[in-house]
Ligand binder design. Sequence first.
Ligand code: GSH
Length: 203
Amino acid sequence: MKLYYAPGACSMASRISLYEIDQPAEFVRTDIRAKRTEDGRDFRELNPLGYVPALELDGGEVLTENGAILPYIASLRPGALAPESDRLAEARLHEALGFLGSELHKAFGPFFGNPQGEAREGAMSKLRSRLDYVEQHLGDAREHWLGEGFTVADAYAFVILRWADQFGISYGDRPNIARYLERVGRRETVQRALQDEELLQPA
Ligand SMILES: N[C@@H](CCC(=O)N[C@@H](CS)C(=O)NCC(=O)O)C(=O)O
């Protein structure tokens, strides 16, 4: 299979998840502004909407949307990256992916356009409310998004939450998020993903 990605983008959650289950995959860097893949293709032929992640399966089908790709990757190794104890636990994963995709990810969206003045204040106010929820959700002792064990939701949450740094947003007043980022960031698979997407600062 092939994962179409852009460095540091939400597609890194799929990369981390693939590493977690030792699933071999090819990683194709994609310029999401020019809509071209590194091997010179028009990315819109793979995803007409032009955004990563896109996962090309060995049979040629292309899967898009984090909310579909992450559970698909989890399904490749049942029990490793998603709870499967009961229907409620499964629903909690979808609840998490829904929040992360349509609330947290999208609340960061405006910052990629470098908003100024009132636009920035408006975007910041919305983002703050989502981060307040995350801070409260993670609580003092919650190690992972769903409580027990690392899941694809943690891979996605980590990738989104780390964007704050590039927009000058500090987690100094949100210690649960800061600790969570540090803890998840220490995982070998996460370090490898950061390295492979050339995002680690030289020591
Ligand atoms: N609804 C999509 C959104 C994915 C998305 O926003 N991808 C960003 C990178 S994090 C992107 O490729 N943006 C480029 C664009 O929208 O043109 C999903 O959840 O997978």
